[in-house]
Design a protein around this ligand. Structure first.
Ligand code: SF4
Ligand code: SF4
Length: 205
């Protein structure tokens, strides 16, 4: 019994002389290691709005909100609620550009208002010219076209987006009210309507 008591006393004197082992946070900020997984942050330039991060997030912390604007385009917003995030890093690991979202070193995230705990990015969104379903973000198609190089010319949406970027196509061609047909081939279409164009073209049904 006597020995442990002496040891504790020695530890207490040592701690009194050397000072506490714990950090002085929040008075003095604590510096996390480089591999620390803190608040995920979007990078406006690096993100192309594909939505893969929202799909892989295991805690459903990322909302994907598609809204139609006045013209043929709209807005895709990715809203990350970091009060739901458990900092697993899946969004960063699965980001198609590897630069769209990264876990930062920020750890002091306490707040009285959970509505403040959001991180978001906004991208221009394209809709199917026939049925109006959202297709994907313009930046996503541009990124794919650049990534595929000449192979991108096998996909009509990629051709159109690349041509628009080069100002070779200025605006969307008008269309009449008849069902989707061969002349709609060179349009921005959702997968379902593109299938319809191809079936109609091949089998006439
Ligand atoms: S770190 Fe994990 S939980 Fe947090 S947003 Fe990314 S995927 Fe979701
Ligand atoms: S580019 Fe990366 S960060 Fe942006 S939506 Fe896609 S997966 Fe998420």
């Amino acid at each position: 019994m006597r020995k442990p008591k002496l040891r504790e006393l020695r530890e207490a004197v040592k701690a009194f002389v050397k000072g506490p082992y714990t950090t002085k946070f929040p008075k003095v900020p604590s510096i996390p290691p480089e591999t620390f997984r803190g608040k995920p942050k979007y990078d406006e330039e690096g993100c192309v709005g594909c939505g893969a991060c929202a799909q892989v997030c295991p805690s459903a912390a990322i909302e994907l909100i598609d809204e139609r604007g006045k013209g043929p385009t709209g807005t895709r917003r990715l809203v990350l609620h970091y009060d739901l995030c458990h900092f697993c890093g899946q969004c960063e690991a699965n980001c198609i550009t590897e630069e769209g979202i990264k876990l930062s070193l920020e750890y002091d995230l306490a707040t009285y208002d959970r509505r403040e705990t959001v991180e978001s990015v906004e991208k221009e969104l394209l809709f199917c010219e026939f049925c109006g379903a959202p297709v994907t973000a313009v930046d996503h198609l541009r990124w794919l076209a650049r990534k595929l190089g000449p192979l991108a010319f096998s996909n009509q949406a990629l051709i159109l987006v690349s041509h628009k970027e080069l100002a070779l196509v200025e605006k969307t061609a008008p269309r009449d009210k008849r069902p989707v047909w061969r002349t709609d081939y060179m349009r921005i279409l959702c997968p379902k309507c593109r299938r319809e164009v191809i079936y109609t073209e091949e089998w006439g049904t």
